[in-house]
Design a protein around this ligand. Structure first.
Ligand code: NI
Length: 199
């Protein structure tokens, strides 16, 4: 098990366009070890997704896992509002996202590269991702709700885009203030507490 240090915002590696991987590279010890380290680092954090640039490696590689035990702190209503369901561990190599439909959903999200600061980000409700898995096999899947959000967040990392680029800036919150003021609230309630920007 190798848990790597997670790069924090401000590091230029988070602003680079990551290099795509050739299929032959996936069988190398280096890439297999990198994927294992990304999995261990994500689980140790803990987080639901990690992109290679977040451990300082500018390659188009993402790991995602949203296990059921992460959902125990939410009410059924909160899970329904997020359209959040368990997602088993998987690896995406060279992912390409396609937005499906034109619905967007605002919600608080965080990032392991932002010391768990939270912010409201509007994301497409539905996406399709086309990628390779860790064996080099092509995969294509549609995603809705929280999983679609995770995909958009992680694929952004491969393009040098981070969540603060897409946030509603008035909603930026430290982890402690997020827990104290917003964690149990709906987005409508949270936005009512924050209020509108002065004109
Ligand atoms: Ni992130």
């Amino acid at each position: 098990m190798a848990v790597r240090e997670i790069v924090q915002v401000g590091d230029p590696v988070l602003r680079q366009e990551a290099r795509s991987l050739a299929r032959e590279e996936l069988a190398t010890d280096e890439i297999r070890q990198l994927i294992a380290d990304m999995r261990d680092t994500m689980r140790a954090a803990p987080g639901v997704g990690l992109a290679a640039p977040q451990i300082g490696v500018s390659l188009q590689l993402v790991v995602i896992e949203d296990p059921a035990e992460f959902h125990t702190g939410f009410t059924p209503e909160q899970l329904a509002a997020r359209e959040r369901a368990p997602v088993p561990f998987h690896v995406l190599v060279n992912p390409r996202l396609t937005i499906e439909g034109n619905e967007t959903v605002p919600h608080f999200e965080g990032c392991l590269s932002f010391s768990a600061f939270h912010m409201i980000v509007s994301r497409a409700r539905k996406v399709r991702v086309d990628a390779l898995d860790e064996t080099g096999a092509p995969i294509s899947r549609s995603a809705v709700g929280w999983y679609a959000r995770i995909l958009q967040h992680e694929v952004d990392h491969l393009r040098g885009v981070v969540c603060c680029d897409r946030m509603d800036p008035r909603t930026l919150s430290t982890p402690a203030n997020y827990s104290k003021h917003y964690a149990g609230k709906t987005i409508v309630e949270a936005k009512a507490i924050i209020g509108k920007a002065p004109r």
